[in-house]
Design a binder for this molecule. Structure first.
Ligand code: DLZ
Length: 161
């Protein structure tokens, strides 16, 4: 589970389906923009690398991670094959962190279980800024890459299930 034992950008390139013709929506939170922007870049670059065309990647921003639920719930109603929700919540001095993390996670999990389009969990929840930097292109890779690969695999899964 711990990312410190796993580089988020490491994957077997041969196991990733070709994304040509797949449409992917990305909902990205503006909070901690430095982090979410880097996660977004990772996701987009990985999708392009695996054949998704630029015109088939739709990016929309929402104010904070809590709004990822509404953003993703709208995005799944469009013609996309998968939705990636990208956000970053960094622990502060109050329990707010726990409520946002729990709310966003439960909301996204609910969508994933009830809608016809896979919703990929690209929310990073960290104790401090350094842990977030490590996971958006730093020492532990980029969770955006991981989400893009997961999206392609889940679209393929749905095709074959
Ligand atoms: C309010 C808030 C706080 C304190 N921290 C974060 C954060 O670290 N990451 C994040 O994505 N959003 C944060 N927010 C904003 C909430 O997600 C949400 O936008 C507001 O509570 C309004 O619904």
């Amino acid at each position: 589970m711990a990312s410190k034992y796993h580089n988020l950008s490491d994957y077997d390139i041969n196991s990733v389906p070709n994304g040509k013709g797949m449409k992917v929506g990305i909902v990205v939170s503006e909070w901690n923009k430095e982090i979410t922007g880097a996660l977004l870049d990772g996701a987009v670059n990985t999708l392009l690398k695996h054949g998704v065309e630029e015109k088939d990647i739709r990016v929309k921003t929402v104010p904070g991670s809590f709004e990822l639920i509404f953003g993703a719930s709208q995005m799944v109603k469009t013609d996309v094959d998968a939705v990636i929700a990208i956000g970053c919540v960094i622990r502060g001095d109050t329990p707010h962190f726990d409520y946002i993390c729990a709310g966003a996670t439960q909301g996204l999990a609910h969508l994933n279980a009830t809608q016809d389009v896979p919703v990929i969990y690209g929310l990073i929840t960290t104790n401090d800024m350094q842990q977030a930097l490590d996971r958006c292109g730093g020492a532990l890779g980029n969770k955006g890459d991981e989400c893009a690969v997961t999206a392609l695999k889940m679209v393929e899964f749905k095709k074959n299930v």
